[in-house]
Write a protein that binds this ligand. Structure first.
Ligand code: UTP
Length: 287
């Protein structure tokens, strides 16, 4: 299975930092957000990754390419471990890049890469959503896809006071963490929300969903095309849709400032060289 990773968004929630720098390249300690996304997909068994980029995100393409001069300079100064790590990143997967010509929504971004698919299911991973913990989320989604041969997304419980920020599902639990989804409501009020289960940025999509995205394309004037619209169309036309629930601690939406901060603390406390000093610093703040 291939993965499409859209990274062409404007990142307006993280301005001014993202005025000149992709939000997907912001570092969590010493590793950019996008690398966590890629590593999780690769560990789930994906070898072909198609990034949907845009003209001001070129550094992202360079990040997954070799940097000959840097590697030679590091080698000459005996930093072979760093060189090994840089080379490992380049070899993580086969990377392809397509351009989205205007920021017309994550659905439009997926359509920009759809010509590289051959009537096959595909993983879609948003470049700012990262998942941590023992479970490989993408692998779980692929397992659910293989059981039902229908589209699958990640679900996470959010506080009722925040449902108005997300796509919220009406769903029935059919397994330990598996749900059958019957409807998605975009940013409902707390009063009208069908649940507090929100959809986040990992999916397995079927060729039918790609066809629905094409049908909804191009978005009408001054509007964006969201993937949710195609998933909703699928449900309206009698298609099935499933979700896999992750624990709230297992996910960070790194396009939001607060989750980015939480993720920084998470990875700081896990970092081989920094964790002890960082932990004692945090403890000292609590006093
Ligand atoms: P978001 O839905 O968070 O949109 O993107 P955004 O525009 O990047 O962010 P904000 O809301 O303005 O802060 C989810 C993923 O889809 C990509 C983003 O780069 C992100 O990784 N995306 C979004 C695109 O590739 N193209 C788009 O037009 C929109």
């Amino acid at each position: 299975m291939k993965a499409i990773v859209p990274v062409a968004g404007l990142g307006t929630r993280f301005l001014p930092a993202t005025k000149t720098q992709p939000k997907e390249m912001l570092p969590l300690v010493d590793t950019p957000v996008i690398q966590y996304v890629v590593e999780e997909i690769v560990r789930s068994g994906i070898k072909n990754i198609i990034f949907v980029t845009t003209r001001h995100k070129k550094c992202l393409e360079d990040y997954f390419d070799s940097h000959f001069e840097l590697e030679s300079a590091l080698e000459m100064s005996g930093k072979s471990e760093t060189v090994r790590e840089l080379r490992r990143i380049v070899k993580l997967a086969h990377f392809s890049f397509v351009r989205q010509h205007a920021p017309l929504g994550n659905g439009d971004a997926i359509v920009s890469a759809a010509h590289l698919l051959h009537d096959e299911p595909v993983v879609v991973a948003f470049g700012d959503d990262i998942f941590v913990g023992r479970e490989l989320v993408t692998k779980k989604l692929i397992e659910v896809y293989r059981a039902y041969h229908a589209p699958v997304c990640v679900l996470k419980k959010v506080p009722r006071s925040k449902v108005h920020q997300y796509g919220i599902v009406r769903a029935k639990k059919i397994g330990a963490a598996t749900y059958q989804i019957f409807d998605i409501v975009e940013k409902p009020s707390a009063k009208n929300a069908p649940s507090n289960l929100a959809v986040f940025g990992r999916y397995v999509l079927t060729p039918q969903i790609i066809d629905y995205l094409r049908e909804l394309h191009p978005p009408s004037r001054n509007k964006e095309l969201g993937l949710t619209e195609a998933l909703r169309l699928n449900l309206r036309r009698g298609g099935s849709f499933y979700g896999w629930e992750v624990s709230p601690q297992a996910h960070f939406d790194c396009g939001s400032k607060i989750d980015f901060l939480k993720a920084t603390v998470y990875f700081g406390l896990k970092h081989r060289e920094l964790k002890h000093e960082f932990r004692s610093h945090l403890r000292s703040l609590e006093l």
